[in-house]
Ligand binder design. Structure first.
Ligand code: PLP
Length: 447
């Protein structure tokens, strides 16, 4: 009785005082209040257990409850609870050096607190780099429709999902968008044509005005759009030919999600100028963002002239405990061969999910590593997308069965029709079985 009253009071306080991300206000629905996580599962305050099929917000790569990670934060907080990176501290030094090694190049990293911030930092560094490299007119950025790069105003300007920008306009100037490769809906003849289109836009705009191209190697929140490997290679070449910086947003695809340490590593010969990271960098145990730039870019900030330095500061960016957590997280990913495991298991899960393509309501199933999209259609012939009521019903039915899944963000009106699965990379074989069986049964029921 007392527990019930306490729970009711929590629900009331939540509804009154806690502003939830992205959720539409629903006066009748109660929030899911989590109280305990174990591996890929969490329990709510009523004792219901759920498999988290989207790793929180695609970040809980190692699942809940890793004591070694908690211990790393605890010990670091006792040693040095906070220190700014206007000066320096050991975990940030070690982490920046480790990231350079993982990226297989020579990179210098600026730390922040989130993926949005990591992208903001990338845009500022790119613009300042071009100014200090003698090309002050290069300020524009090209990103792809359906991409998500964050919610702060610069990152939102690079984001090209109309509904997310509604009522927040105008966007920052200097952000242009091009269609992504999306073979199911045939925007282009093939993926290489999508890359060539970027070249055309650079030409039309004037390459002396374009600072960078930002892309997720795989558009994730925009509907799991997986390009051919050659696409990113060709975009990288086009960038190089035009002195345009290639900024690869690895916020979701980094740290093993796609079966490589980083998503760009699926494509031959690609060494991004700038790589942005967050989420899986700490497996969600602490907030941390990172913007790694190739050393030739950093060189331009080392010159001693007036105002040559990067005039950006982040109080909490690169917090010692967050860096210690990231180091431990990466150590576990390496020791437990998580990336190799995702690569091995990912293909068979995709194979099973692809059976759903036999259903009338499923247009296409796409996936790579532990990242899958199930595109729902109202009509298989015309590919008319299923309504958001249909995807919403499937998500709710999965939740009833103890499985949390997601769907693509507000891309364009009428297109919230891609179910998304992105389980923790440490999920057991039984967890993955439950995920595939539950989602398959629920969608079949809907068909
Ligand atoms: N970039 C990508 C590809 C993302 O999916 C996200 C968040 O979902 C972000 C950037 C922004 O990250 P954050 O929510 O940590 O600001």
């Amino acid at each position: 009785m007392q527990v019930q009253t306490e729970n009711q009071s929590l629900i009331e306080k939540d509804k009154e005082h806690l502003w939830h991300s992205m959720s539409r206000f629903n006066p009748n629905g109660n929030p899911t209040i989590a109280v305990k996580g174990e591996g890929s599962w969490f329990s709510d305050m009523d004792g219901n257990r759920y498999l988290d099929g989207v790793s929180g917000l695609w970040c809980l790569n190692l699942g809940h409850g890793r004591k070694e990670i908690a211990q790393a934060a605890y010990e670091q907080m006792l040693d040095l609870s906070y220190f700014p990176l206007t000066l320096s501290h050991v975990p940030a030094i070690e982490l920046s050096s480790k990231l350079s090694q993982l990226l297989k190049g020579s990179y210098t990293t600026y730390f922040s607190n989130s993926g949005s911030e990591a992208n903001e930092v990338a845009f500022k560094i790119a613009r300042q780099y071009h100014v200090q490299n003698g090309n002050p007119g290069k300020y524009k950025f090209i990103s792809r429709y359906r991409a998500y790069h964050g919610s702060t105003l610069g990152a939102l300007s690079a984001t090209a999902q109309a509904n997310r920008k509604d009522k927040y306009g105008p966007s920052a100037s200097g952000f242009l968008h091009v269609p992504p490769p999306y073979s199911y809906r045939n925007t282009f003849e093939d993926d290489l044509a999508a890359a060539e289109y970027i070249k055309e836009v650079i030409n039309w705009e004037g390459s002396d005005t374009v600072a960078g191209v930002i892309l997720e190697p795989i558009i994730s929140g925009g509907g799991v759009l997986i390009p051919s490997k050659e696409y990113v290679t060709r975009v990288a070449e086009i960038c190089k030919e035009n002195d345009v910086l290639l900024i690869v947003d690895e916020v979701v695809s980094g740290f093993g999600r796609t079966g490589e340490m980083f998503g760009f590593m699926h494509s031959e010969g690609v060494q991004p100028d700038i790589v942005t990271m967050a989420k899986g960098l700490t497996s969600g145990y602490m907030p941390l963002g990172a913007t790694a730039v190739q050393s030739y870019i950093y060189e331009k900030f080392k010159e001693t002239g007036d105002k040559q330095h990067f005039r950006h500061v982040s109080t909490f960016g690169g917090h010692p405990a967050a860096c210690a957590v990231a180091l431990k997280n990466i150590e576990i990913i390496e020791n437990e061969k998580i990336v190799e495991r995702v690569s091995e298991l990912g293909g068979s899960i995709l194979g099973e999910l692809r059976n759903l393509e036999n259903l009338d309501c499923v247009g296409e199933v796409r996936g790579i590593g532990f990242l899958y999209g199930i595109e729902l259609v109202a009509n298989k012939e015309t590919k008319e997308p299923a309504t958001e009521e249909v995807s919403g019903k499937i998500i709710a039915a999965c939740k009833e069965q103890g499985l949390i899944i997601g769907r693509n963000g507000d891309t364009i009106p009428g297109y919230q029709n891609v179910l998304i699965l992105a389980p923790p990379l440490s999920s057991t074989v039984e967890d993955l079985r439950f995920l595939v069986d539950t989602v398959s049964a629920v969608i079949k029921e809907q068909d």
